[in-house]
Design a protein around this ligand. Sequence first.
Ligand code: PDD
Length: 277
Amino acid sequence: RTVYVNGAYLPEEDAKISIFDRSFIFGDGIYEVSAVIGGKLVDCEAHLARLERSCGEIRLALPWSKAELVAVHEELIKRNSLDEGGIYLQVSRGAADRDFAFPTDATPTLVMFTQERNMSSAPAAKTGIKVVSCPDLRWARRDIKSVNLLGPVLAKQFAAESGAQEAWLVEDGVVTEGASSTAWIVKGKTLISRPLSNKVLPGITRKAVLAYIGETDFTFEERTFTLDEALDAEEVFITSATSLVMPVVQIDGHTIHNGAPGPTAIRLREIYLDFAK
Ligand code: PDD
């Protein structure tokens, strides 16, 4: 694989960053993951807008324009002949001797790489995925896409050990979101997902789905829901740049929609893919 590090395209074995990099030492960095479908970037502008917002919130001045970042995305797709998968981007405050407060002289580090993944015909979309719930142990600014991911790492490991593909993070009985996805439930033609706030990452896929349902008879109800409500829901699904729209057929061992993907999630996935292609 060819990866990108601070202006250079290199074979992954040759890519290096400092052990003093602040994303390594402090988790002082921001990331983005965008999907590539049929060799095309999906919603790259929106991901880069969220990157700018996240960086602004931690006062990290990005030295690259959006156009420059899009160009690196495109170049990586080309150099790796990437048809389906994703692009990971990470920016950190840079390398400096270890000291908590911001360094005065560090230059931000930018790292990007591609990952091949079956997107439009992901086998999991045919069967649906299993979810387990666990307490939400994350910090109070989950709207910032920071590389501090220990909470989600532990939650995903719990899911993996439970034979599930995603963990739903729960706080005071309410589902905040998936460890790396937005959580949705369905009642009739109504799609339910919680309002944006400091408690959740504002999902780009969530936003795209909401834009696309304008042309359908689905309506959106923006509110929190409890885990109990999800267990009783007609359908459940998640959205993210890695899963797109993914039906959920089990939560904590409790079967959803007879254990098969429901028509709403299937339809939304089709609509999403139609627009993405
Ligand atoms: N995760 N919520 C959390 C906590 C996430 O980490 C993500 C994405 C989402 C969905 O956001 P989007 O639709 O913009 O991908 C919601 C990425 C895919 C990841 O960490 O791999």
